[in-house]
Design a protein around this ligand. Structure first.
Ligand SMILES: [Zn+2]
Length: 457
């Protein structure tokens, strides 16, 4: 089935909302722009969907066929490293193709086994995936004691977004090597000094969980390039291929049961239909082993106070909240207040806005801007610091769940939380760009993450 990367123009804002609610098109949520003819968005749609849109008066500019070109991309991944899976063979900086599922795990293991290495620890996640894969995270941090700040980077949640695990493996390799050799890291015009690297490793704990959904990645790299969900077996009686899987990033325990919490007219990018190709929320909050593993990290390392989840695409750094527009005036208007059930998730209305304390928002934006500036220093791309809420709100995402934890349970740490949407919509197959472009993205996002580690206090 063809699936086109496309630019879709509609006459007004309501027509943009319909793309998700009525036409079930895959929309890059933060690319809605005002143009002379109305509003335009970067999206992916099938032939059938495009015909329906055109009949309804939308203008659709077809770019590449994401299915056909995605299959070509599959051939560009590394099929072999030409020998043993050593640290050197698994170097992202020296590589010419996406790492596969086994490479990501091997790269973490190799890093943890490097000689003279008292500062990296391999962490086995407790929940096997549906296809019985075991996942690992890596802790980088030397020393112990109270007062250490935990920083948590997550990647590979969405299957087709191939670059996120590569970014995080590169981050690990670069940081660990610089610490071992007591050298600076220079990316573009930005230099992270050996002293700064030493301070991060010896005063903070950085947890990197690069491949949260290996089943999905494997399926996307070998079978269906546009696959997004995990590989939970389809419910009984559902035989279509898209009835497999849950969107792990709609499965967290934050306003998860969205029909109860959101305005029925909200163009929320979530679905209760198991056969939704992209955004099925699952049978219960935190039902999926992948979600459980991501949450386990927060529970098991309670000093984690900063969190970044890597996704693609649109060159954004997103901070809380994603369910509605932020407000700092009325603390009682918040996600826990049942008086607002049925009212959430309409942009720019007055019925509901999500509360965030003004001082928290200031910290959140400042840290996002630190990442933005370090990303720009790499090769000049300007990522936008934006609130996660857009025309299309969300529920059940990792970043809102992470920041909500301390509000639901005051004993838990406040976790400043972000989603980075790496890569430009101008790229062909933007979920998994040609690797020479991906390498540049790997560098720029790595730069942003290093700056984040230095700034997070
Ligand atoms: Zn994603």
């Amino acid at each position: 089935m063809s699936n086109y990367h496309a630019r879709i123009t509609g006459s007004d804002y309501a027509a943009m909302a319909d793309l998700v609610t009525k036409y079930k098109v895959t929309v890059a949520r933060h690319t809605v722009e005002k143009v002379a003819q109305g509003y335009r968005v970067d999206a992916h749609a099938s032939d059938e969907q495009i015909r329906a849109l055109e009949a309804a008066g939308y203008n659709v500019e077809r770019l590449e066929d994401a299915q056909i070109q995605g299959v070509a991309r599959q051939k560009e991944k590394r099929t072999s490293t030409g020998g043993a899976l050593t640290r050197e063979a698994l170097s992202v900086a020296a590589g010419t193709g996406y790492l596969d599922v086994a490479h990501i795990e091997a790269a973490l293991a190799a890093e943890s086994e490097a000689p003279n290495d008292a500062f990296t620890t391999l962490i086995k996640l407790p929940n096997e995936t549906w296809e019985k894969r075991v996942c690992h995270a890596l802790k980088i941090g030397k020393g112990s004691g109270a007062g250490r700040v935990g920083i948590y980077f997550l990647g590979g949640v969405h299957a087709r977004e191939w670059g996120s695990p590569d970014i995080l493996v590169n981050f690990v390799q670069l940081l660990a090597n610089a610490y071992r050799t007591n050298t600076d890291i220079t990316i573009g015009s930005r230099t992270f000094t050996a002293a700064q690297i030493k301070s991060v490793v010896e005063k903070k704990d950085v947890y990197v969980f690069p491949q949260a959904n290996p089943d999905g990645r494997n399926y996307s790299m070998l079978t269906e390039p546009m696959w997004r969900k995990n590989r939970r077996p389809a419910p009984a009686g559902h035989t279509q291929s898209q009835c497999v899987g849950v969107d792990v990033n709609r499965n967290y325990d934050f306003l998860w049961d969205f029909p109860k919490y959101f305005d029925p007219k909200s163009p929320i990018a979530n679905s209760t239909d198991p056969c939704d190709h992209d955004v099925y929320i699952g049978p219960a909050a935190t039902s999926e082993p992948e979600t459980k593993n991501a949450v386990w990290m927060f529970d098991n390392f309670p000093h984690i106070r900063y969190f970044v989840d890597l996704h693609s695409y649109s060159e954004d750094i997103l901070y809380n909240w994603g369910d509605d527009v932020d407000q700092s005036a009325d603390p009682a208007m918040n996600f826990q207040n049942p008086a607002y059930d049925g009212k959430r998730g309409i942009a720019n209305d007055k019925a509901y806005r999500e509360y965030i304390a003004a001082e928290d928002k200031k910290i959140a934006v400042n840290l996002a801007n630190e990442m933005r500036d370090a990303i720009k220093a790499s090769r000049g791309r300007t990522y936008k610091t934006e609130q996660s809420m857009s025309l299309y709100p969300t529920a059940g995402t990792s970043d809102d769940y992470a920041f909500s934890r301390h509000l639901v349970d005051a004993k838990k740490a406040k976790v400043f939380s972000y989603t980075i949407e790496w890569g430009s919509p101008q790229n062909p197959t933007p979920f998994h760009p040609p690797y020479p472009e991906m390498k540049q993205i790997i560098d720029e996002v790595t730069s942003g993450l290093l700056a984040f580690c230095i700034s997070a206090q």
